[in-house]
Design a protein around this ligand. Structure first.
Ligand SMILES: [Zn+2]
Length: 309
């Protein structure tokens, strides 16, 4: 069984501006790194556009319509202080969500054991009817609802190790006892949600806030002692990963101090849980990560661990 990489050139055309941290260079450095000889067995796949019927499982139809309608024919349109649309943003967002859907389908078909979606814009801050925090569609939630609706994988789990709390994914899942969301994140930090007391309807939300300055030791302890046991007990039919790499010590947007090696470690542990309770089904998608070198190193460590799973 193999690891598939889903991406699309359209994801390089979402351009929120030269000084915006979530810029096309992020994806470019990852793709360049994954073309190296160590990744030769990786199967590259073109991400299709997400269909409307897939998007509306996570977002109201009116939201989808308005978001795509707000894409400017030229120049930029600002949705909030840091969520900005350029002419290529609509296509980028459609292919980013479509990548996760296609990755689910590849795993369901038995073509891939697991997959990484190298896409942008990211998604975990996008709430059902609210774009924010660089995020337009909640890519991982769109993929999870697709897995449930089309493949009958009722119990869906998302683990999010981005340094920011995935308020959008939590908002989608908190009232859904068959969905599980676990997040490690710096707290307090943008977007302000993610306190440990936020537990969902059935303990199906697991927030593991980490203090500014926390590093490998605190991260691994939270994952090992709290996240993994609760994830395994949930017995998901499929595991999704919101793979943000901005908890790296080199990242300029936050204050955690993870090492590149931590991303290999956590990926290997997550793949282990997926192997035991989810038939190995794991679909990961890129969220944040803003130091280009640390981002490329960390994403490479993540994908290497997926390939070894
Ligand atoms: Zn982030």
């Amino acid at each position: 069984m193999t690891t598939h990489l889903f991406t699309h050139p359209a994801c390089l055309d979402h351009d929120p501006g030269a000084h915006h941290p979530e810029n096309p260079a992020r994806l470019a450095v990852i793709l360049r790194r994954l073309q190296g000889p160590a990744f030769e067995p990786l199967v590259w796949r073109e991400a299709p556009r997400a269909a409307d019927e897939a998007l509306v499982r996570a977002h109201p139809g009116l939201y989808v319509q308005r978001l795509l309608g707000a894409v400017p024919p030229q120049g930029r349109a600002r949705l909030d202080a840091d969520t900005i649309l350029s002419p290529g943003s609509g296509e980028a967002a459609l292919h980013a969500a479509g990548a996760v859907i296609a990755a689910v389908d590849a795993v369901a078909a038995g073509e891939a054991q697991n997959a990484f979606c190298a896409v942008r814009p990211p998604g975990h801050h996008a709430e059902p009817d609210h774009a924010m925090g660089f995020c337009l569609f909640n890519n991982v939630a769109v993929g999870a609802y697709h897995a449930r609706a089309v493949h009958g994988w009722r119990r869906v789990a998302v683990v999010d190790f981005d340094v920011h709390h995935g308020n959008g994914t939590q908002a989608m899942f908190e009232a859904d006892a068959d969905a599980f969301y676990a997040s490690t994140h710096q707290y307090p930090l943008y977007p302000g949600t993610g306190a440990a007391a936020e537990r969902g309807v059935a303990g199906n939300i697991v927030n593991l806030p980490l203090s500014p300055g926390a590093g490998s030791r605190e991260f691994r302890a939270a994952v090992e002692h709290s996240l993994l046991p609760q994830l395994e007990a949930f017995r998901a039919d499929v595991l999704f990963v919101s793979a943000g790499f901005d908890a790296h010590k080199a990242d300029p947007l936050a204050g955690l101090a993870l090492e590149t090696e931590d991303y290999a470690w956590v990926t290997e542990r997550l793949a282990g849980v997926a192997a035991r309770v989810s038939q190995g089904r794991l679909v990961s998608t890129l969220e944040g990560g803003y130091d280009l070198e640390a981002l490329a190193d960390s994403a490479a460590a993540h994908v290497r661990a997926l390939m070894a799973a």
